[in-house]
Design a protein around this ligand. Structure first.
Ligand code: ATP
Ligand code: MG
Length: 127
């Protein structure tokens, strides 16, 4: 066990007991199929890869496994206006710091309009 407090999310790996069908999305994507373990930097980690290489799929899986809604926002925003959320989150094993973040936000550009509209309707965005 690591005794450093940062990063809050230290490692992500595929659970050894996960049931995986490599013929279907998301495991048919090479970067997901070969995802054995990701180690995060204490400050910031960048995912770099060509269009369609799986960055959003992996980030969505991590965010959902952490308790965020697949479309983003705080953990209180649980929006899912499409059926297209992958099952990757079910197979992820997260190693988290003993210190929990006070707050968090999954900023997802693809669906930010939906989340912002929802927050606006709730009266959170009075600008
Ligand atoms: N819901 C889905 N169902 C089936 N296939 C999907 C789904 N979402 C994405 N894909 C496919 O999975 C692959 C990875 O897509 P993803 O959006 O994760 O890539 P990306 O690295 O984020 O790309 P970009 O740089 O364009 O944002 C692509 O081939 C994409 O067509
Ligand atoms: Mg993407």
């Amino acid at each position: 066990m690591s005794l450093t407090s940062k990063p809050y999310l230290q490692r992500v790996s595929i659970r050894s007991d996960a049931e995986i069908n490599f013929n279907n999305y998301p495991y048919n994507i090479p970067s997901v199929r070969e995802l054995t373990q990701l180690e995060f930097h204490p400050d910031v980690t960048f995912f770099v890869g060509e269009n369609g290489s799986g960055k959003s799929t992996v980030l969505e899986g991590i965010a959902v496994a952490l308790g965020y809604g697949p479309e983003g926002g705080t953990k209180n925003v649980q929006m899912q206006t499409t059926e297209s959320v992958s099952l990757l989150h079910q197979s992820l094993r997260l190693s988290q710091s003993f210190q929990k973040p006070k707050d968090g936000y999954f900023l997802r550009a693809e669906s930010f309009f939906n989340v912002a509209t929802y927050m606006d309707e709730l009266g959170y965005l009075d600008v």
